[in-house]
Design a protein around this ligand. Structure first.
Ligand code: B1M
Length: 214
């Protein structure tokens, strides 16, 4: 198995039961002279992509995704300083948060991790995020997409308020929005004019890519 195949496998297995861990494999790949871009795309994003697909098909569940994301994070810690020096552009920038009044963040964190795993620059603005905060952070980051998560039927209207505030602001029309969370549906996204909806973290990556390409 090549070092990059080993790296992808270490991420898929969340560094459990593997002969070498993801951060060690990134270092080995660098020592072998493999370009940073290849390590990121073929080794790391490749591994996370496999987990995303398996998660979508319900072949793995939240714990497996979390441990894969942890292995991804360890690998990223080695690669990040070199990424800044290379000419690799992130696929896009996404500001993501849980809307005002809502403290649930497990699903939002998964979406953020999957997006990072897919090569996006992700600015996680946390929980209980007011519309003004989403706008301020999106401006600061030069975001392409704002992602909102809600787990309570009582906080879903905060998505509507946030989308209205974005549209009324000077970034309205320039930025896309995506919503998700257990009670959220495509019908609700249509109703509040969100640009996108995704039922799970892996689909959120596909949808954000689609929104940026549109
Ligand atoms: Co809360 N809670 N909770 N809770 N909680 C629910 C959501 C609830 C359904 C439980 C129930 O009654 N059966 C219920 C909501 C009922 C409703 O609104 N209809 C509920 C309630 C009522 C409450 C409180 C009001 C309870 C109380 O205090 N009386 C309170 C509210 C606090 C607040 O937010 N203001 C509360 C508190 C909490 C805890 C703090 C204890 C804890 C949260 C801890 C945390 O997040 N750090 C908690 C938890 C854990 C849950 C349950 C059990 C699990 C939620 C979860 O993490 N799921 C939940 C019951 C349940 O869902 N079975 C429940 C796993 C997660 C991976 O899934 O978030 O759906 P999910 O994310 C998925 C997709 O939805 C999607 O991708 C993710 C991965 O596939 N997705 C996106 C999510 N965000 C996305 C964004 C996207 C795209 C896709 O684009 C940007």
């Amino acid at each position: 198995m090549s070092t990059l195949e080993e790296l992808a496998t270490a991420i898929i297995k969340g560094n459990i039961g593997v002969p070498a861990k993801s951060d060690e494999l990134v270092q080995r790949a660098l020592d072998e002279g493999i370009p940073v871009k290849e390590i990121l795309e073929d080794g790391m994003i490749g591994g996370m992509g496999v987990i995303g697909e398996r998660f979508k098909k319900c072949e793995v569940y939240v714990p497996e995704v979390l441990i894969a994301a942890r292995a991804m994070k360890a690998a990223m810690a080695v690669l990040k300083p070199l990424l800044a020096e290379s000419d690799i552009e992130p696929v896009g920038t996404v500001v993501i948060g849980t809307v005002k009044g809502d403290l649930h963040d497990i699903g939002k964190n998964l979406v953020a991790m999957m997006l990072e795993g897919a090569g996006f620059n992700v600015v996680d603005v946390g929980i209980d995020v007011a519309p003004e905060k989403f706008i301020e952070e999106a401006k600061k980051a030069g975001a392409h997409v704002v992602g909102m998560s809600a787990l309570l039927t009582t906080t879903m209207p905060a998505m509507k308020t946030t989308i209205e505030a974005i549209k009324a602001s000077d970034i309205g029309g320039k930025i896309k929005t995506i919503i998700g969370g257990a009670p959220v549906t495509q019908a609700y996204a249509n109703e509040i004019s969100a640009d996108g909806f995704a039922p799970d973290a892996a689909s959120a990556v596909d949808k954000v890519k689609e929104l940026i390409a549109a």
